[in-house]
Design a protein around this ligand. Structure first.
Ligand code: ATP
Ligand code: MG
Ligand code: FE
Length: 355
């Protein structure tokens, strides 16, 4: 099976071709990602109108490049997958409409994909992981623990009650005047810093509910930055290191609760998998902390390679391939772009769903 995937939900214009060979082995034949970072950097964040226009201008070329790199023509493709949500509506419409046109012209099935399902299933592409597993999704817009029971069977066990973790990284970066995008720059600055200099809060740590909270952390960073202004380079490094330590300790505490729940729900597997996915999964300090947690709890950590943590179309193509092979009903009602689309409703019909 070969599937072309298209991703345009945020500030990456991406297209990819993935395949599953007859022996079951999956492979990425091409994975083209055109980042719009430069177009948005001057504004310190993604500007939806600029993003939508950039997708229009770039998408055809990106799709052609993905097919060329895979050495395939449209005729060789079995399905066209595209992100239908959640994300910025302008970009979603560009990608999904393009996919619809290609699918209609080439007479191939259209596979509207939930962007979060793409993140959630990436580990099955890279590690041939079996269901069930526990997913920690940490990205720019989401922070959730999801029980992945099977394809299309997602149960949310915990989520952030305020900011997403990637958002907390980005806001911290902005407060410290580090360049956009914030996450990687906070991580880089933290390398030279003293993580013990500031004691930032560990929101919800020790609480029985399994959720996350990060807005208090951001407020504490703002207070520290204001008190110290003007900030020296080592102040910035120390704040970043202290922020990251607070984040890793909070994450480990929160995730531990859901690992225990997973263990109860699935007593059989000796070493069940915790999958970390989404842009923040690229953070080495977070990976190390999760690694230690998994070691302690008898889990194994599965983390996708760095280039598949952030947004890409290989994950969308892969989710499409899994759905195509499973013969999951292709509901035409799913083929419209929507800015909000919770993962745990990814397989529900959408009539009247304003969620
Ligand atoms: P969503 O997937 O929730 O719709 P998104 O697609 O914008 O949101 P991703 O592209 O998956 O999110 O991830 C981007 C986020 O990851 C940004 O907030 C970015 O700062 C963060 N990020 C990227 N690299 C790192 C890193 N090394 N450390 C921390 N955060 C990082
Ligand atoms: Mg992005
Ligand atoms: Fe994403």
């Amino acid at each position: 099976t070969r599937v072309l995937g298209i991703e345009t939900s945020c500030d990456e214009t991406a297209a990819a071709v993935v395949v599953r060979a007859d022996d079951g082995a999956p492979a990425i034949l091409s994975n083209v990602v055109l980042s719009q970072i430069e177009a948005h950097a001057a504004f310190g964040g993604v500007v939806p109108e600029i993003a939508a226009r950039a997708h229009v201008e770039a998408l055809d070329g990106v799709i052609e490049a993905a097919l060329a790199e895979a050495g395939l023509a449209l005729d060789d493709i079995d399905g066209i997958a595209a992100t239908a949500g959640p994300g910025l509506i302008g970009g979603l419409i560009v990608g999904l409409t393009t996919a619809k046109a290609i699918a209609a012209a080439a007479d191939k099935p259209l596979l509207p994909i939930n962007h979060l399902e793409g993140h959630a299933l990436t580990a099955r592409l890279t590690d041939r992981l079996d269901f069930p597993y526990l997913l920690l999704l940490v990205s720019g817009g989401h922070t959730q623990l999801v029980h992945v029971a099977g394809l299309g069977r997602y149960e949310r066990w915990a989520s952030t009650i305020d900011d997403a973790l990637g958002e907390a990284f980005d806001k911290t970066a902005k407060l410290l005047s580090l360049p956009y995008p914030g996450g990687p720059n906070v991580e880089k600055a933290a390398l030279a810093g003293n993580p013990k200099r500031f004691t930032f809060p560990r929101p919800l740590k020790g609480e029985a509910r399994p959720d996350f909270s990060f807005s208090g952390l951001k407020t504490a960073v703002r207070r520290a930055a204001t008190e110290l202004a003007p900030l020296s380079e080592s102040d910035i490094a120390d704040i970043c290191a202290s922020f990251q330590l607070a984040v890793t300790e909070t994450l480990a505490d929160r995730v531990a609760l859901s690992l225990k729940r997973f263990r109860k729900a699935h007593p059989k597997p000796k070493r069940p998998a915790l999958v970390v996915a989404g842009g923040v999964a690229a953070n080495a300090a977070i990976r190390t902390a999760l690694e230690a947690l998994c070691e302690r709890e008898g889990f194994r950590l599965v983390a996708p390679p760095l280039n598949l943590c952030g947004d890409n179309a290989a994950m969308i193509a892969w989710a499409g391939l899994e759905r195509l092979e499973a013969g999951l009903p292709e509901d035409d009602a799913l083929a419209f772009a929507r800015p909000r689309w919770p993962l745990d409703t990814a397989s529900e019909p959408l009539f009247g769903a304003g969620k």
